[in-house]
Write a protein that binds this ligand. Structure first.
Ligand SMILES: Cc1ncc(COP(=O)(O)O)c(C=O)c1O
Length: 418
């Protein structure tokens, strides 16, 4: 059961606001749900009992919480999907994490060097590439350090329709078709200093497309069609890539796909050996906008609390700070969501601001409960998972409605990667 507003208010009493906190009980239950969802999808590839879950670190951004996931998840979890070379280096050197897959291609020499050096030290680190030039950069660094760096090819899993004139998906990798991927894998395998280790094949247009969106409900039927159609197309294509690579003598040891928003369709039959999951553990509010039962079952676990510092008029309260708007296509859905006490909403003309966030009663609460008084906290949820951690040095960890621990964020460790 999630703690009530009164319980949270009591738990946070005396803490300087603003602060960020994680309901650790909900976080742990979300981990159990992810593991159960993946297990229920059946056996994994390569004879594994189930697909493994790789934790998308950008969506957690706190080393102690990453550690908690890996320890509690046991054999069901495997390694980290990192978002920069500097992050991978930090996690390896300062925290001793291993099995790191850097999911976004690097190009500058300093990053290539970082990854090659980790490999040279005997750590299990893999780098994503999607261009020959990027592969050459990594190869040069690896050769200089006398090592071999395993690389995965990042594949464009977008859905191309009408002969390529319609592009449904993100703009990432140029490698889309089976032939292109097999040819690129061959070039990697033939490059001294590199080893072809597999594929990173993330279906952003399925995972990121909420089909129960209160902000634009008229688009939901179309989004459902896109989710279904695209999952089918990319599942068949990913499977065909794996088969073609095997036939070419380049078996991909690792095929990573998925994301919190696509765990129902990223299954072993589509050729993956592991799924990347991050946001599921905090469940930011963008993941309220999906129909999938497993996403509906996840609990909000990460929050921030602002202090009410003004009462500008009856029916309004104004909090200090709060403009923690999420990245991505600009839209109403990227604003923080006032969560507790219930019955408060942002003002369209001001939204969440740099120095203040005013709130008013929702329509359903016009004659309802009294508003929080000066000095009280208002609890919000961020639209996305890890970005909130860039605003706070630590996360208070709550269990059974009390602060039981504190975990530094990357920021709290003096780190800022992207
Ligand atoms: C390569 C890759 N895999 C997986 C994910 C999914 O992450 P999450 O589970 O936090 O949505 C992302 C998110 O952007 C990603 O870029």
């Amino acid at each position: 059961m999630s703690p009530s507003y009164e319980t949270l208010k009591e738990a946070l009493r005396g803490e300087p606001l603003p602060l960020a906190f994680v309901d650790r009980d909900a976080f742990d239950r979300n981990l159990d749900r992810v593991v159960a969802t993946v297990a229920a999808a059946g056996p994994g590839a390569h004879g594994a009992a189930t697909l493994r879950v790789r934790v998308a670190s950008k969506s957690v951004r706190s080393a102690p919480l990453l550690r908690r996931l890996l320890e509690r998840g046991g054999a069901a979890l495997r390694g980290l999907l990192c978002y920069s070379a500097a992050e991978a280096e930090h996690l390896a050197r300062r925290h001793g994490f291993d099995d790191l897959l850097v999911a976004y291609p690097v190009y500058q020499a300093v990053d290539a060097e970082r990854l090659a050096r980790l490999a040279a030290e005997g750590r299990d680190v893999k780098a994503a590439v999607d261009s020959d030039a990027g592969a050459q950069r990594l190869a040069e660094a690896a050769r200089r350090l006398g090592t071999v760096l395993p690389v995965v090819l990042c594949v464009d899993m977008s859905w191309r329709l009408a002969g390529g004139r319609v592009h449904v998906g993100v703009r990432r990798s140029p490698l889309h078709d089976v032939d292109e991927v097999v040819a690129a894998a061959g070039r990697v395998a033939a490059t001294a200093g590199l080893r072809f280790a597999g594929l990173l094949a993330y279906e952003a247009q399925v995972a990121g497309l909420g089909d129960a969106n209160v902000h634009e409900p008229w688009l939901d039927p179309l989004k459902r069609l896109l989710r279904r159609g695209s999952a089918q197309e990319l599942g068949a294509r990913r499977h065909a890539m794996v088969e073609a690579l095997r036939a070419a003598g380049l078996p991909p040891g690792l095929v990573n796909g998925g994301g919190t928003g696509s765990l129902d369709s990223t299954v072993a039959a589509t050729g993956v050996t592991e799924v990347a999951v991050g946001s599921a553990f905090y469940k930011p509010h963008l993941f309220d906008l999906y129909r999938t039962p497993y996403l509906r079952a996840l609990e909000p676990a990460c929050f921030f609390a602002l202090e009410v510092t003004r009462v500008p008029a009856p029916g309004f309260v104004t909090c200090a700070g709060g403009g923690y708007v999420a990245s991505g296509a600009v839209g109403r859905d990227k604003a923080p969501l006032p969560w507790l006490p219930a019955g408060l909403e942002l003002l369209p003309a001001e939204m969440a601001g740099e120095v203040q966030t005013p709130l008013r009663r929702t329509r359903g609460n016009r004659r309802g409960a009294s508003l929080p008084e000066l000095g009280s906290p208002v609890v919000f949820r961020h639209a996305k998972a890890g970005e909130l951690c860039e605003r706070f040095a630590e996360l208070c960890l709550l269990s059974e409605g009390r602060i039981v621990d504190r975990a530094p964020t990357y920021r709290g460790e003096g780190q800022c990667f992207l």
